[in-house]
Write a protein that binds this ligand. Structure first.
Ligand code: AMP
Length: 513
């Protein structure tokens, strides 16, 4: 394939914002590649030349210009060979000579592409994600398998080559390997137990413990513990090593949460558990003060076999077989939302963060945050001021419905908007607010009615997330009105500082190891 063909596809991919179109363009290009070209094309498209850095500064690259070629003639294999030569020679002047001869053969568009490639400007993390989908499309292999294999390989390039050349059989070499941490599966948020059950049907419920995620690999006496970010933390958690070493299975990869418990079995706060992961610790001393207990919730590998493709129910059953019962996460399987509600209450009463609801049928989706794991945390409330309301539509036509919610900002005397909600409002509340709000309206555009900031409502929410949209940089997730606080004035509403401190404590962006 000519370099120009790849450059043109790359430009077309950049020009469309639609993912499916990007993926189709990529898949089409992949199908047209000859065997030896796949690794080169995939690397270029991801912005990483296979040679890595070729040892030429950006300025040299810009200076290496003479007349450009008028018509494209460079073949991908040729470009790769030339870049290999440039990277192999050591003298700067030789490198520049070779580079000049390459750029002389390139058209202006190709030159721009090569410059981007060689300076790292073209490096596109997003493309790596798209590439997995495109390889799946081009080969008919499920995208999850491609993603998993590229996670095991560390990059998509060898996976794309193997998949395009040998189909799904080619992927067998990229299996889970002991002592190579697997990216942890992540969870989305559900509003509450009923919503989670509605989404999943039958669900495996588990306590959600607020500690540190660990993945433990075992082969005989060798045990290694990895953090959520796949760093090795074995030395910090000797008790976990001892526990896993004593488990009868020879080979294991366990996924779980480790935390420090109080003598009565309730959890210590997250920050306290995290003291065990400090940099220069006297591990034995801190261990005596803050012993850690692991709770397993998944099993990815056992005695020679990977379990990632097995359904959760099977993985969990195997986990119960290999682990002492006291170290398996408290769990229940149900499709009854009242039972799920009770399970949540139980978790919260015992001082835990909430519950997880997991699809019993789902495989272990390493590195992905999907709908197969849903986290349900305790709802919290804030007393917020109603800044405006939007006229409703459909069943709520004629009523002021969607509320703009704001926290008090003592620094300015104003209010900082944190989101909108029309949830939780009964017909009585809708009728009341439609009448009252019109009395305190200060401006309106026929759609939104802006109000004097007077009325306070108690708002429940599940999470605060970073938001580029709202002025405080934060937005409430799953906000709903619990009740109007007729007894509170706006001057007594919660402040933006309170919201910030909640955000720091509970947001999903809280840095965890
Ligand atoms: P979050 O950090 O809020 O996105 O929640 C996901 C994290 O919850 C995981 O990475 C684990 O560290 C932790 N966690 C606690 N209990 C469980 C559980 N039963 N299943 C999965 N993750 C859990």
């Amino acid at each position: 394939m000519r370099l120009s063909e790849l450059v043109e596809t790359s430009a077309r991919i950049a020009a469309t914002s639609r993912r499916t179109e990007k993926s189709a363009l990529l898949a089409d290009l992949l199908r047209r590649l000859a065997g030896g070209e796949v690794a080169i094309a995939v690397s270029y498209l991801c912005g990483e030349p296979p040679q890595g850095k070729i040892g030429i500064a950006y300025r040299s690259l810009r200076d290496a210009t003479g007349d450009a070629a008028a018509v494209p003639s460079l073949e991908l294999l040729d470009v790769d060979r030339r870049l290999g030569e440039i990277s192999a020679v050591s003298s700067r002047s030789n490198k520049l000579d070779l580079l000049r001869s390459l750029t002389a053969a390139a058209t202006p568009t190709e030159r721009r592409f090569l410059a981007g490639l060689l300076t790292g400007e073209l490096r596109q993390g997003a493309l790596e994600g798209l590439m997995a989908g495109a390889v799946a499309r081009a080969t008919g292999i499920p995208p999850d398998r491609i993603r998993r294999a590229s996670m095991m390989a560390g990059t998509i390039v060898p996976v794309a080559c193997a998949a395009l050349e040998r189909g799904s059989e080619g992927l067998e070499q990229f299996q889970v390997k002991l002592f190579q941490p697997v990216q942890p599966m992540l969870a989305n948020t559900a509003e509450g137990p009923a919503e989670a059950i509605a989404e999943l049907g039958q669900a495996a419920l588990e306590f959600k413990l607020d500690g540190a995620r660990i993945q433990v690999h075992k082969s005989g006496d060798a045990v290694a513990v990895y953090s959520r970010g796949q760093n090795e933390v074995t030395a910090a958690v000797p008790e976990v090593v001892e526990i896993v070493r004593a488990m009868p299975a020879r080979e294991l990869i366990l996924d779980g949460e480790v935390l420090s418990l109080l003598p009565d079995g309730r959890p210590r706060p997250f920050q306290v558990t995290m003291r065990r992961f400090g940099r220069k610790l006297d591990v034995e001393r801190v261990r005596a003060e803050l012993p850690l207990t692991p709770f397993w919730f998944d099993l990815l590998y056992a005695d020679g076999g990977a379990l990632l493709d097995e359904p959760q129910a099977k993985r969990f059953a195997e986990l119960e077989r290999v682990s002492p019962a006291g170290l398996v996460i408290p769990h229940a399987v149900t499709s009854d939302s009242a039972r799920a509600q009770e399970f949540l209450r139980d978790a919260l009463e015992r001082g835990h963060e909430g519950i997880m609801a997991k699809s019993v049928a789902a495989s272990y989706e390493a590195g992905s945050r999907g709908q197969n794991w849903l986290k349900i945390k305790q709802a919290r409330t804030l007393d917020l001021v109603i800044l405006a309301a939007e006229w409703g539509s459909g069943r709520r036509k004629g009523w002021l419905s969607n509320l703009h919610l704001g926290a008090r900002d003592p620094a300015t005397g104003g209010f900082v908007m944190l989101g909108k909600t029309f949830k939780g409002l009964t017909d009585e509340m809708l009728a009341w607010q439609t009448e009252e709000f019109q009395k305190i309206a200060v401006a309106g555009d026929g759609y939104t009615v802006h109000l004097e900031p007077k009325i306070v409502a108690e708002i429940a929410f599940n999470e605060i997330q970073a938001s580029p949209v709202y002025p405080g940089g934060m937005a409430l997730r799953f906000a709903r009105v619990k009740r109007y606080r007729g007894d509170k004035s706006a001057a007594a509403a919660d402040t933006i500082e309170t919201v910030r401190s909640y955000f720091a404590a509970f947001s999903t962006s809280t840095a965890k190891t």
